[in-house]
Design a binder for this molecule. Structure first.
Ligand SMILES: Cc1cc2nc3c(=O)[nH]c(=O)nc-3n(C[C@H](O)[C@H](O)[C@H](O)COP(=O)(O)OP(=O)(O)OC[C@H]3O[C@@H](n4cnc5c(N)ncnc54)[C@H](O)[C@@H]3O)c2cc1C
Length: 460
């Protein structure tokens, strides 16, 4: 006999956790289960931290497990709607902000030492404007990797205490609907287990894209394909961006390139940070984070520069397209991310061990020294190079020969299933967070979880 729950949540990232939190807060009597493919938060471990090299774990502890893709992140919470998703467009500014602020309050209640907000800065905005760059306006709260980790752990402990059943190593494989009831099948150590639920919230993040696609196909949910971002993680001396990072913590800058008039963006800035490797279904891409504790800071900073590619016509596989580029990068990098000095890229030569060992910027990730231009599309690479020169005007030193570029870093948005006003993709089944194609950051994913919880509990 299958165990029955009022609500089954698939995915234990911030979206799923916030949904569980709000459901239990509003309706403590409701039974809630969370199924998470990865490990419990405290059991998550990335060997790349020790070996400085991705060893292709079967379950990537960076992208999945309790606390989700954000567990070891820099914990930058964007208190606004200008980036990190399109919740503002979906719900209207006021409602979106109400839920983003609510996420902030929930996190504060689970944090021992909640940091102050970095406010936007008019002077830096003008400086960027005068150089053809657009600094995005947003207030940011930076928890740092360690504080963010502990805050999420406290939230998870609270949920367990509130009676939420939390399964780890539980990969949801299928969902079936019979009448008004859902049957959720998940794999637990090779055993198929089936549970029943009245409502299902899918919160599987970017790493669950294939699962969401399969469910949408099964339930005949239309998917809108749109675009993909391809780019690199950039690493340089921290001092180059000090003027920005000391005032606003995280510069997020848009640029329109000269040659193609394409839009690029600089974002996910990590002051004193580390470049990290992320394994998504066997494909290794670059990312970055930083710790709040001063003794864990490096001399470097890192950020992403991404070039957006919009597909027109019938082409509906932008994610696969970008994954193939990343796969080729791994192939050329002997199974790893490729790192190249900007000076070498400009001169059309690969970076080798010798040149890398003499570099003034010491890499914080052991990547394969090579040549990004043999893999990245000409248009994307041209856009990235032009963006580095444009950024050099507001942060001189950015286009230094010793600046390091790690390839590649991709952001996928393609799977955007059509939903109703409350993010249900079919009656009783909701899709939230980064896996919905609507959010792409911690605050908005969490806000979507809180909103859907209110929709389910009749609290809107
Ligand atoms: C290294 C790194 C740094 C980042 N830094 C920041 C930052 O500073 N600020 C910011 O705003 N954003 C940051 N992000 C992005 C942020 O982490 C995500 O936007 C956020 O985690 C999305 O939350 P989510 O709950 O929608 O999905 P996720 O956090 O991805 O959680 C989804 C969970 O679902 C699980 N899952 C997937 N498929 C299944 C299945 N079939 N069955 C069961 N479970 C499944 C996954 O294992 C995962 O744990 C960062 C991301 C990374 C990887």
């Amino acid at each position: 006999m299958e165990q029955k729950f009022d609500i089954a949540i698939i995915g234990g990232g911030i979206g799923g956790l916030m949904a569980a939190y709000k459901i239990k807060k509003e309706t403590p009597e409701k039974s809630v289960i969370i199924l998470e493919r990865g490990f419990d938060q405290e059991k998550r471990f990335c060997p790349a931290g020790k070996n400085k090299k991705c060893v292709h774990c079967k379950i990537c502890s960076i992208s999945g497990g309790y606390a989700g893709a954000g567990a070891f992140s820099d914990g930058k919470f964007n208190i606004g709607t200008a980036y990190g998703g399109s919740m503002g467009e979906e719900l209207g500014e006021d409602t979106a902000m109400k839920y983003i602020n609510m996420v902030d309050k929930v996190l504060e209640s689970f944090s021992e030492d909640y940091p102050p907000l970095y406010m936007s800065n008019e002077e830096l905005k003008l400086k960027c404007l005068q150089n053809n760059l657009r600094l995005l306006d947003m207030n940011v709260r930076h928890l740092g990797t360690d504080k963010n980790y502990n805050t999420m752990l406290n939230l998870i402990k609270h949920l367990a205490g509130a009676g939420v059943v939390m399964k780890s190593r539980a990969e949801c494989r299928d969902i079936t609907k019979l009448g008004d009831e859902f049957f959720v099948d998940y794999d637990h150590s090779g055993e198929n287990i089936r549970i029943k639920a009245d409502k299902v919230i899918i919160a599987t993040g970017r790493s669950g894209a294939a699962f969401v696609k399969a469910i949408c196909k099964k339930f005949d949910v239309k998917i809108e394909a749109n675009s993909v971002d391809i780019g690199v993680r950039v690493e340089m001396k921290d001092v180059i961006w000090k003027e920005f990072s000391s005032k606003i913590y995280e510069p997020k800058i848009l640029y329109r390139t000269e040659t193609f008039e394409d839009r690029t963006r600089m974002f996910c800035f990590n002051q004193g940070g580390l470049v990290s490797a992320e394994n998504n279904n066997g494909i290794i891409t670059a990312n970055g984070h930083s710790y709040a504790e001063p003794e864990k800071k490096t001399d470097n900073c890192n950020f992403a520069i991404l070039s957006s590619i919009h597909f027109k016509g019938d082409f509906d596989k932008p994610t696969e397209y970008a994954e193939n580029i990343a796969r080729n990068m791994n192939f050329a990098g002997e199974g790893n991310i490729i790192v190249q000095r900007f000076g070498d890229l400009k001169r059309g030569r690969r970076t080798n061990e010798h040149r890398l060992s003499a570099n003034s910027v010491i890499p914080t990730l052991a990547a394969f020294p090579g040549d990004l231009s043999i893999v990245l599309p000409y248009r994307a690479l041209t856009n990235i190079i032009e963006t580095i020169y444009a950024l050099d005007k507001v942060a001189p030193g950015c286009a230094n020969d010793d600046t390091l570029l790690y390839g590649c870093e991709n952001k996928y948005y393609s799977i955007r299933p059509v939903h109703d006003g409350n993010f249900a993709i079919t009656d009783g089944m909701y899709l939230i967070g980064d896996g919905s194609g609507i959010t792409r950051g911690l605050s908005q994913s969490g806000a979507m979880g809180l909103y859907v919880a209110d929709a389910i509990t009749g609290n809107l």
